[in-house]
Design a protein around this ligand. Structure first.
Ligand code: FPP
Length: 225
């Protein structure tokens, strides 16, 4: 969800205003996904690298996240959307951990859609952690190296049980993954737009999905007839 800072700068506003507008774009996108029948949405809300930002910006993002959870809780309930997180939850301020755990617990049996928040998330860390967990099991004699295949490895990632993303959207003209879902994005379609995240809305989401529908996904195989 790139471009909050630039959006604010272009208007002579503080970066915090950009993040606030970004949270509004999140709300619109959730609604857009519901209308389009998209069942899984993962938002890269805070990366493991974002901890390097100034303290007050981090604080403001955490505050926005809290506010978002409080405001959207009713929506999740009303529309039967399950909330999940990926990333290092324990790195977050404890009150946010509590809010997240409560919202996840409350929504765990909802089956109309899944919203996944990537928080303090980094793909390389996730993969490294899974590899280390398995190595520890082997060292403890609880697993054998030959038991590890792609499926077994994927089941150790934060995204266990969540399908790989079909489409990854990146805003604000950047064209890279920036440590997002590195394992899971192997065959994802990528869609880039110059639109800054706070300006992202239903029209852009629809364009991305329309473009996606025109693509032929071959997963490395040859195109059929
Ligand atoms: C990147 O823009 C955006 C972020 C690091 C934070 C994303 C957070 C939100 C959209 C709001 C809160 C999230 C939720 C789920 C309520 P940037 O600051 O890097 O912008 P720039 O590239 O223009 O500097």
């Amino acid at each position: 969800m790139d471009g909050n800072g630039r959006w604010a700068e272009q208007r002579g506003l503080d970066r915090s205003e950009g993040h606030r507008a970004g949270a509004e774009a999140v709300r619109r996108t959730l609604q857009g996904c519901r209308n389009l029948g998209i069942k899984y949405l993962t938002l890269y809300a805070f990366s493991s690298e974002n901890w390097r930002r100034p303290k007050d910006e981090i604080q403001q993002l955490m505050q926005l996240l809290r506010q978002f959870l409080q405001e959207r809780r009713q929506d999740l309930h009303k529309h039967r959307i399950r909330l999940l997180t990926i990333g290092e939850l324990t790195a977050l301020p404890s009150e946010i951990q509590d809010d997240l755990r409560a919202a996840m617990e409350e929504s765990r049996n909802y089956d109309q859609g899944t919203l996944i928040l990537a928080l303090s998330y980094g793909g390389r860390r996730e993969i490294t952690r899974a590899a280390r967990d398995f190595a520890e099991e082997v060292a403890a004699g609880k697993a054998r190296p030959e038991e590890l295949d792609e499926q077994a490895f994927a089941s150790r990632l934060d995204t266990a049980g969540i399908p790989d993303p079909d489409l990854i959207i990146r805003t604000s003209g950047e064209q890279r993954l920036s440590n997002f879902l590195l394992w899971q994005a192997s065959y994802s379609e990528l869609w880039f737009t110059n639109v800054l995240w706070p300006d992202f809305g239903k029209d852009e989401l629809r364009d991305a999905v329309e473009d996606y529908k025109r693509r032929h996904r071959r997963y490395g195989a040859r195109e059929q007839g």
